[in-house]
Design a protein around this ligand. Sequence first.
Ligand code: SF4
Length: 428
Amino acid sequence: MKVALITPFLSHLPLHPSSYLGYGAAILRKRYELEIIDLNAHIYFKSREGLKEVLSAFDKKPVVVDNSDLYPHCDQLTDTAEKELKQISWKDYQTVFITTPSWFTTIPTEDILKLSNLIKRESHRTEIVFFANSLGSWTEEGRLVKHGIRIGHLNDLFNVNPGNEPVKYDTLPAPVYENREKYLFDLLPFRMKHGCTWGKCRFCSLARGWNSGYLERSGKAIIQEMEELIDRYNPKMLVCRDNSINGNNLLEFCSHFEKFKKPWVGMARADLSAKEIQALQKSGCKFIYFGLESGSDRVLSEINKGIDTRQMSHFIRELYDHGIMPAPSLFVGTPGETEDDFEKTVQFISDHKDFVEIINLYPLMITPGSDFSITKEEPNTKALIRLNTLIRVCRDIGIKTCVGAQCAEYLLFKRVYPNQDHNSTGYG
Ligand code: SF4
């Protein structure tokens, strides 16, 4: 009997395979005859002509919005995904492991249940297991269990009753990635830790649920894994998928990573030291995506960011001076945001226009597992009006504006590696 490892089809651009898929594949392959089905990547790949049109519109527009420029295209693909799923002979699999596609942690419970129900309808004996860091935030563990889905953990995928603990990446085999032509970029993910050094932002779901807790890897283990990945796949670039690269292993990692002469990118909190930024530059880091969140110190304090606007400003300038593109993300509409706070945000953006090419803006959403969601806070009623104003401001001062993380990530990768997108990989 065989085992399958599958991702659900979601509105997640297949920028690269997910770490969970790679580690899961490496673990399962040691024990079973394994079929890896990254359905999300496969469906986008099947409709690559349509996707190319969508993505080239991203390139041309000064303002790109996931909701209107990408998601309608994804909706059209849902039927294709369902047809593909019906063609799979689920009876051939003793167990089907479901995990996250690409990079997002936002996997709605409904999507897992839909996939699981479809499998069970054809093969009620097939065991279904779900493992991903969206558990306890975007994916409701209890509802999955109620529907007969077993919860798995990367630390021990065969344990039927795993606890919620940080992933011990150092103990896992090097990830396995297949069918790399199905991804938009010749790009592989890696991890330097589980969790976030801070973990206390009140709006944040990323550091909640099964993604909470903190465990750093040893610099040596990361580099050994990199050596294996680079030898086996020789990717054009790499992306660190930590919530923030800040940590005690960053300097050691950078000093060893230099030898690979590969560009890489990551996410950080805006309080890296001058020494760390220098090390990033030397190691080949090309952009840092970070949560600016607001240009108002009052709002930064309200959301418990732990970083003020003076540090944010310094960070942007330091990255820029070191040839690393600062890629800020910010939102409008925190519950207590005043007109004065909003004006400060507009001013902050205008003051930094010479350092920022691409910005990710969005209206605050109360996401599952966050403090804001637990305390039942509501976004400010002016959020959408302010978002539109800020979009106009950014457009007028020449900053390319992305409303939504999908278009932002795509355009940032494209900006750093203009020749490594779908036109020069399997999508061509
Ligand atoms: S928003 Fe970022 S820095 Fe803040 S807790 Fe979440 S992951 Fe950590």
